[in-house]
Design a protein around this ligand. Sequence first.
Ligand code: HEM
Length: 436
Amino acid sequence: MTFATHEFTRYAEVRAALADPLLVPTPAEPGPVGTVAWLRASVARFSSGEEHAWRRALVEAELARLDPAELRKAVGGADGDGDGESGAAVVRALAGAMGLAEPDAVADAVGVAAGAYFGGGGAAEDAAVARLVELCGPEPEVAAHRIGLLVQACDATGGLVDRARARGGAGESVEARLEETLRYDPPVRVMRRTAMGDTRVGGVAVAAGDLVLLDIAAGNRDPEADGDHFTFGAEPRICPGRAHALALAAGILERGPGRELAEGITHMVEHVLRLASTWTHWDGRPRPVDDRVYTPHKAIRRVADHLVDHLAELEARLAGEETQPDHWHASATTTPADLAAFTQEDLEEAHSRLNRLARIWANRLDALTAAQLDVPQALNFVRAGQTPLPGTGWTFREIAAHLPGSAYYADSVGDLTPAATAAATPAATPAKEQTT
Ligand code: HEM
């Protein structure tokens, strides 16, 4: 018996087809545990009826544990250069948030398995699914819904990021860019259904066994859609991960290539301020470390000046100017102000000063392109036609990566809570900072 294929492009037809219980995703043929066939036969995506309902409930329970706002912050490592990079970043973030032990290995295997999720596949894809069962298990049933969730997330969200990037949209908020992309350039273009009984879509008779293709991209553009879209499907199968998808895509899009470097600086400042919160207990004796002495005020001064010094260097280079000559006395001097008691007010001022400096660095690094980050000093001029300055200075990436070393100054003073001081054996020498 031959079955017909019907294609629908109008908003009303797509909506009617998605709501029709007789039109279901083509059921998957089962296979041995750890194969692509087994995966397809075990997930909500290709199930129907009650089986679909309880499998979907498992996925929704897993997703309820994952806070989209946290995912937005956590997602990283996708500069958008490599094929599949955004999808891999999405999977790494989800796997990490799900508490899976090896997010990188999970992302690699999901990348392979995703290629066969909607059909096809061979030994490599089966091996990837088998590896995923180990990584997402131990129960195959639990592993299956986790793998299904990760595979669903991978290509669709990666595709959304890539399409939103290609769309551009300078001046638009990330959210507006994503919403436009979802509506006019959806990453999932077509949905398939198989008729489980005779039915009708619009005026068209669909017989049991017929294949139905729903053109989402066309349906979204239909004037009748009036702002609505099917990019995430429709009830009862509407994508349960849509809030997560938007958060992950926004997180990747707003993440410039300098974001990890900025985080290094922010974490250093957090570490310094955590130690500084104990320095109101300081006994007034400078702490000798290496060939210098350190005090609370001196440590804060050095951390702040180090951030200011390299920021001035970076800004001068971006403006095509010579950097100012080095007149710092840095750690070689201990001023009377360095020896003053460190009060609660000093701590509060240090918070405001260092947090603002970290924020300025983060904003500056976010605004740099990958090329600007990695061009050596002599070539790093934004003004066309300027003669490069002499010198073989660091790239901006190297400068930013060196700044977390400022923790050295604070570590030299250490944790001064009375309990920590009493317990302290002679202070371990902190890792040597690389400059002054
Ligand atoms: C832009 C990104 C995404 C798009 C466009 C998208 C789109 C869709 C669509 C259209 C469906 C329904 C398919 C159908 O009815 O045939 C679906 C289902 C599903 N999606 Fe998404 N999705 C995205 C991201 C995600 C993410 C991030 C997750 C998980 C974190 C996820 C998990 C799922 C699951 C588990 C299903 C199956 C639900 C069911 O069968 O009841 N998706 N998605």
